[in-house]
Design a protein around this ligand. Structure first.
Ligand code: FES
Length: 141
């Protein structure tokens, strides 16, 4: 059964002010529209991994930094996840393209898989993330 506060893919960002708690990630102003992502360390199934938060069409979305094709990090340069047209999250290894708002595969070798959503929200000028049973803060262990 999904957790009650787990948003469906494509709606990772909640309405401001409607969700208390969360772990602070960065000031909202640090995430420019379709700009550099904020990357951070997590434990995914108790293994070290990276995640990122990105602003796209005004909303902050969050994903595990792990391609669905091969479990490699996606970014071209640290924090650079979007293609040159800034329309898709593009894997730097073999070019899988993902829809930024949902994380769904839009083309390339990701097939029917998508990115793993990291639950994020923005309120009062601050971006937060919400750990899940699968994805915990890197300092949890
Ligand atoms: S590792 Fe991302 S497309 Fe192959």
């Amino acid at each position: 059964m999904p957790e009650a506060n787990t948003p469906p893919p494509g709606s990772a960002a909640a309405e401001p002010g409607d969700r208390p708690g969360g772990l602070p990630l960065c000031p909202s102003a640090d995430l420019a529209e379709r700009g550099l992502a904020f990357t951070f360390d997590v434990l995914h199934y108790r293994e070290p991994a990276r995640a990122f938060a990105l602003r796209f069409d005004g909303q902050v979305v969050g994903y595990l930094n792990r391609c669905a094709h091969v479990p490699a990090e996606l970014d071209w340069q640290p924090g650079e996840f979007l293609d040159s047209s800034k329309e898709y999250i593009l894997c730097s290894i073999h070019g899988a393209a993902y829809e930024p708002r949902s994380g769904r595969c839009a083309g390339g070798p990701c097939g029917r898989s998508g990115l793993t959503v990291i639950d994020v929200a923005e309120r009062d000028g601050q971006v937060y993330w919400y750990p899940s049973a699968d994805t915990q803060p890197a300092f949890a262990d």
